[in-house]
Design a protein around this ligand. Structure first.
Ligand SMILES: [Mg+2]
Length: 219
């Protein structure tokens, strides 16, 4: 059992690896390239990148400004961005798989990356074999985000045939934890610099990095 539950569901990006500020920078450029080169946005790359960064700041979603003001379709950006995602630049944790193998619970992944990118990321992190039949993308549920309603969490649980009340949900993005909590899951937030969401009542536990969570639950 983990925190009294027998199922753990992890977010992937920025949870099972740490997005450094350098990597965040690269990802903003990647999104700008997808917008300009793949989706024909008439804008200079640097200008597009600045808007991506601004969009993250305002909406916690790099594409939102482009959906609202530039006629970009969320689905088109979702696909183009993930095709370009520079997965090889992610720095994996050492011994993460060994730790995950010691966790006394069924373990799954629920990611907002698409299936194409999440497979590449899992392979890069050395976690693909372990999670091969136990990872799902928002794409599998016909959505692009995990923070819009409880529906996707109920559907996820139906897919893996468990009750939300038996699950621990682990995510770095606290907006995802709100709906997970509403379904009855126990929520764990992974933070890096400081625990900025202490005031959020829907967060049950917070750990600095996934390794401290794993070290704690495997004792
Ligand atoms: Mg994340």
């Amino acid at each position: 059992m983990v925190l009294g539950k027998n199922v753990v569901i992890y977010d992937l990006d920025d949870t099972l690896y740490n997005k450094t500020s350098e990597f965040a920078e690269i990802l903003d450029t990647t999104m700008a390239e997808a917008l300009v080169y793949d989706l024909g946005l008439k804008m200079d790359i640097n200008e597009a990148k600045d808007l991506v960064t601004l969009s993250y700041k305002i909406y916690r979603d790099g594409g939102e400004i482009f959906y609202r003001d530039y006629g970009i379709k969320p689905q088109d950006l979702f696909i183009a961005y993930h095709k370009r995602k520079p997965v090889e630049k992610i720095v994996p944790y050492n011994n993460l798989l060994e730790k995950i193998k010691k966790v006394d619970a069924e373990q799954y992944i629920f990611t907002a990356s698409d299936r194409y990118a999440s497979e590449k990321i899992l392979k890069h992190l050395g976690l693909y074999e372990f999670f091969k039949d136990r990872y799902y993308s928002v794409e599998d549920f016909g959505v692009f985000k995990k923070n819009e309603s409880t529906d996707v969490y109920y559907e996820y649980c139906k897919k893996i045939n468990v009750d939300p009340k038996d699950c621990v949900f682990v995510d770095d993005s606290y907006s995802n934890l709100e709906f997970a909590k509403e379904t009855g899951m126990t929520t764990v937030r992974i933070y890096y610099k400081n625990n900025s969401a202490k005031d959020k009542t829907y967060i049950d536990y917070a750990y600095k990095g996934i390794e401290s969570f794993l070290d704690n639950v495997i004792g």
